[in-house]
Design a protein around this ligand. Structure first.
Ligand SMILES: NC(=[NH2+])NCCC[C@H](N)C(=O)O
Length: 579
């Protein structure tokens, strides 16, 4: 149990004694330490229901509560109950946390199975900033859910079966540079795609050729299928290189093409079950009629009022769509994988698609908890959508390269004694960490401004700041003569108590991330922890302290490093030994 839970249990028991029944008694960490470490407004809520005086009720509860010495109480304002945790209780818990492999974090998952659908770039199209966000957010959420005891399946639903293949096939046959393909397949495929795409704009005949190539592919033409397969294999290799560098893993890569065979039967099933009907030759899912227009994803407001906004699952020409594939994907995840939840980490522009998908799945009887974990855009420093100088979308590889180059410069300046190779190695961890943290410390729904200087700053809300904090702690241990033995904690100074308080909050903060899928709560917690550490380190000498105090402070240092590294690990960020 976390300290917060322990206090809640004691409070609940006290209320039961006083009011004679079990009632809800939420306890939260106080935002302002003048009101203690934890706080509850349960007395006010209960007094309102019972039409009694809230302060008097709070007093009765406080008289009855048995906290076993972990905290003292007082009553504030209209009837808040404040809890001030004793330094001894903090000390005991922080000491225990150091030896606990779970670092005081409860396990909540109970074997619940979650499919996390993230990254999902489109083959032969560049991986752009939207995919960066999805990759980094999805990876971190998967790590957090897994650590919290959920069974996580990471699935990369790549776009490997789209209309783009008409153009790629035509380009492959007419303008492929085989040497370039060997060196960097993704770049070459994207070049070919772009060129053909541009050519179709000026020349309708080229577009017709591309369409014909696509039709042949869909009809199972051997040559085209073989080229398509090569494109997929090459793209996967290229993508895998990026994922390795990012330390991102997938259990499956079931792309869109995996579901092709299922699509005709699925549309028939929807027609038979009257979940869809034919309209103008196309098969469409319409509103169930059960929702208010405002809430109904199958209704849309236009000038002349509310109109139908169906999801097409088979076009009049027989072609299937993104929505059809996603229905088949849900079926597979729920029926084959027995998933309890599916999380889609995909940008805000696809919101309507997912609302329609979830509503259709509910009517179809695919029972699961579905979440669209949406995110905003990344803006350049001019506050417009981030583009390269030539006006293209910025590619992930280029972002990583530049982050690492810039970090290398900073590290070389600070550490003139390191070799080129050592600098590269550290810069890789720092640069990539900086990019990830810049993403993860934001509220995912806001558009965030991408700023190199800000994300790489050693003093700021950045990964390098956190990594540097850890490096500083580890250098203390390097200066130590002899082994370090963890000791009982003696928390005398305010800065020590505050640091211990932050450390034990780890187990309380992590579970809250899943309430709304917000890794930024962890990022912000780690920043606060590092700041508490620096205040402690300024106020309290460690190596120069008297023996007992010295071991106690070293123990606090060791625990801080452990929690920092673990928390960064859940964000997918590593720590260098030096920097
Ligand atoms: N099941 C899904 N729809 N996952 C997301 C796929 C994202 C899509 N490939 C895109 O780049 O926009």
């Amino acid at each position: 149990m976390t300290l917060q839970q322990e206090i809640e249990v004691a409070l609940s028991a006290a209320f039961e004694k006083v009011v004679g029944e079990k009632v809800s008694t939420p306890v939260v960490a106080s935002a302002d330490l003048r009101f203690g470490d934890y706080q509850s407004n349960a007395a006010m809520a209960q007094a309102k229901q019972r039409r009694t005086n809230p302060r008097a009720l709070a007093q009765q509860v406080v008289d009855a509560i048995e906290l076993g010495g972990i905290a003292t109480t007082d009553i504030a304002g209209p009837g808040f109950i404040n809890f001030k945790v004793t330094p001894e209780a903090f000390a005991k818990r922080a000491r225990r946390q150091l030896d606990d492999p779970r670092l005081g974090v409860p396990s909540l998952g109970d074997g619940r199975r979650i499919v996390v659908d993230f990254s999902a770039p489109n083959v032969a199209k560049p991986m752009h900033v939207g995919h960066i966000r999805s990759t980094i957010l999805g990876d971190s959420l998967a790590r957090i859910a897994e650590f919290l005891g959920f069974e996580v399946i990471r699935d990369n639903h790549i776009g490997d079966w789209g209309t783009q293949f008409g153009m790629i096939l035509h380009g492959w046959k007419t303008r492929l540079n085989h040497e370039a393909l060997e060196t960097d397949p993704i770049v070459e495929l994207v070049r070919v795609y772009r060129e053909v795409n541009a050519a179709t704009k000026d020349d309708p005949a080229t577009l017709d050729v591309c369409k014909a190539e696509l039709v042949k592919l869909q009809a199972g033409d051997e040559e085209n299928l073989a080229i398509w397969q090569q494109c997929i294999d090459l793209s996967k290799l290229g993508l895998q290189r990026i994922y390795d560098r990012l330390d991102v893993k997938f259990d499956y890569w079931l792309g869109e093409s995996f579901y092709n065979e299922r699509l005709p039967g699925l549309v028939d099933e929807f027609l038979e079950k009257e979940l869809a009907r034919v309209s103008d030759g196309a098969v469409c899912i319409f509103s169930s009629g059960e929702l208010q227009d405002e809430q109904d994803p199958f209704r849309i407001h236009k000038e002349d009022g509310w109109q139908d906004n169906p999801a097409i699952i088979r076009k009049a020409d027989g072609g299937f769509l993104y929505a059809t594939t996603d229905l088949a994907t849900v079926e597979y995840r729920i029926d084959e994988w027995k998933a309890d939840e599916v999380w889609y980490v995909v940008g805000t522009p696809q919101q309507l698609h997912f609302r329609q998908l979830f509503d259709a799945c509910a009517r179809w009887g695919k029972d699961g908890e579905f979440h669209h974990i949406a995110f905003g855009s990344i803006l350049g420093e001019d506050r417009k959508l981030m583009k390269t100088r030539s006006g293209d979308n910025v590619q992930l590889v280029d972002v990583l390269e530049e982050a690492v180059d810039r970090s290398a410069k900073v590290i070389a300046e600070k550490n003139p004694n390191l070799t080129e190779e050592e600098i590269r190695e550290i810069a890789e961890v720092v640069g990539i960490g900086a990019v990830k943290f810049a993403e993860l410390s934001q509220n995912r729904l806001t558009d965030y401004v991408f700023s190199w200087d800000r994300m790489l700053a050693l003093q700021g809300d950045t990964a390098p700041y956190l990594q540097y904090s850890d490096v500083r702690i580890r250098s203390i241990f390097r200066k130590l003569d002899g082994d370090f033995q963890p000791a009982e904690l003696q928390l005398g100074e305010d800065a020590e108590i505050h640091l211990a308080r932050m450390l034990i909050r780890y187990g309380e903060v992590l579970p809250t991330i899943l309430d709304d899928h917000r890794p930024n709560l962890l990022a912000n917690y780690l920043l606060e922890l590092a700041r508490s550490f620096h205040s402690f380190f300024e106020a309290c000498p460690v190596l120069k302290a008297e023996e007992d105090i010295r071991s106690s402070r070293l123990t606090l240092c060791a625990l801080t490093s452990k929690v920092l590294r673990h928390g960064l690990g859940l964000l997918g960020i590593q720590c260098p030994d030096r920097m």
